[in-house]
Ligand binder design. Structure first.
Ligand SMILES: [Zn+2]
Length: 428
């Protein structure tokens, strides 16, 4: 039997139905994760595409998860008024892990469920005639999920920067293909090719998300903050919607007509063409350091911190190959003579202890078992980055801070253009 809960946001009602084979997860536990998410999406879309919507979760008991059964875990399927989630046992009772995928599935009510081409509107199930625009249906959708989480500061494990870094890491490894051609071609092939396509399938999410990010940042800069992907999507939703499909063949031209003539060339290169958009340019403008996997960075050692909740001080969780002589459990009292508590913010710890300049010198005062020790050393180690990372630049410029702030500040829905007075971007 399903366990249910519901909540409302102004003008819309949401239902949660779950079945947990282990019987521990309860529907009401998901409300604190899903309600703020839907409030954010309502603000972002201006007009929710579905106002009576069901989130349906199935949690498999651990003993029923076999090798084959793992393949589908963590996946979901979208419909116009519901989405279905197939998960293993919940990590924790905050259900923070459902926010990204929940936002993704709900945004599908925008596209492809509402905004789509005639091939989807009148889909031929016998002889599928696939649309060219999987980049929109999956890539833009996934990007909007990450952007909403970061703009509205939702309590998700995955935020936009994390999602973009992961997308960079995988998209770079893919075979270059035209996204429009491969999208149409996706079901037409013999079995072997089909298997290869399945393996490449996540690229529509990864490279698609990078295309969406690049386009959004480009539009913001080009328009000096007057136009974002958000407004373009709202306009598309008004113009097309159910029963009014866009033209598969002319969509990129139509999209260009809604934005700027130069956008056509970007779409030609990054959607029709095989190139990855140069997202690094906008990471730089955002004041984000992008570090690809495998590159090396200077360090005092392989050090990890956690927080001692009682003293509110940083505690060494791991210290390997470190030149300072830190030990697990050491409490940081002072860094270069300055007192140091969590209230001083993680970014300072990050800048001084975790991401020093090469050969920088540091003095730490630590508490080890009641004794105060002074440790010093130079950042002579080189650590390898294990996965692509995006981190806030240590010393961002005013321009970078303004760009990032503007990019990550939600402009409330209803199609209203954001305030442009202090917007960054080029002068026209
Ligand atoms: Zn999807």
């Amino acid at each position: 039997q399903a366990d249910t809960a519901s909540f409302t946001v102004p003008g819309a009602r949401f239902h949660i139905g779950i079945h947990d084979e282990s019987g521990t997860a309860k529907a009401h536990q998901l409300v604190p994760a899903l309600r703020p998410m839907m409030e954010a999406i309502q603000d972002f879309t201006g007009d929710l595409p579905s106002k009576d919507y069901h989130f349906l979760f199935y949690f498999v008991a651990n003993e029923h998860v076999n090798l084959f059964g793992q393949i589908g875990l963590g996946s979901a399927l979208e419909h116009n008024h519901s989405s279905l989630y197939f998960f293993g046992q919940p990590y924790d009772t905050t259900f923070r892990n459902v926010i990204y995928i929940g936002a993704h599935e709900y945004y599908h009510t925008w596209t492809p469920l509402s905004i789509h081409s005639e091939h989807i509107d009148d889909f031929n199930f016998d002889v599928p005639n696939m649309s060219q625009h999987l980049w929109l249906y999956e890539g833009v959708t996934d990007y909007l999920a990450g952007l909403t989480i970061s703009q509205y500061d939702l309590n998700s494990y995955t935020s936009l920067d994390i999602a973009l870094a992961a997308a960079m890491e995988t998209a770079k490894k893919r075979r270059p293909v035209s996204f429009t051609e491969s999208s149409v071609d996706i079901v037409k092939a013999n079995n072997l090719e089909w298997l290869d396509k399945i393996l490449q399938l996540t690229n529509y999410y990864e490279r698609g998300e990078l295309i969406a990010f690049y386009l959004d940042a480009y539009l913001m800069e080009r328009s000096q903050g007057r136009m974002r992907l958000q407004q373009v999507m709202q306009q598309l939703a008004q113009q097309y919607g159910h029963g009014r499909p866009f033209s598969d063949a002319t969509f990129l031209d139509d999209l260009t007509a809604m934005t700027y003539p130069e956008v056509r060339e970007l779409l030609a290169r990054y959607v029709e063409g095989e190139e990855l958009p140069p997202c690094e340019e906008y990471f730089e403008k955002m004041g984000w350091d992008y570090t690809p996997k495998g590159s090396r960075y200077p360090a005092y050692g392989d050090i990890l911190f956690t927080v001692d909740r009682e003293t509110d001080k940083f505690l060494v969780y791991r210290a390997k190959k470190d030149v300072l002589g830190l030990k697990k459990g050491d409490t940081i009292l002072r860094v270069n003579g300055e007192p140091f508590v969590r209230g001083d913010d993680y970014s300072r710890l990050f800048r001084t202890v975790l991401r020093p300049e090469a050969n920088a010198e540091i003095t730490l005062e630590v508490n080890r078992g009641g004794e105060t020790l002074t440790l010093t050393g130079r950042a002579t180690r080189k650590l390898k980055v294990e996965y692509d990372r995006i981190e806030n630049t240590a010393n961002p410029t005013e321009e970078q801070l303004a760009f990032r702030k503007y990019f990550l500040t939600p402009s409330s829905g209803g199609g209203a253009a954001p305030d442009v007075r202090d917007s960054p971007g080029q002068q026209e």
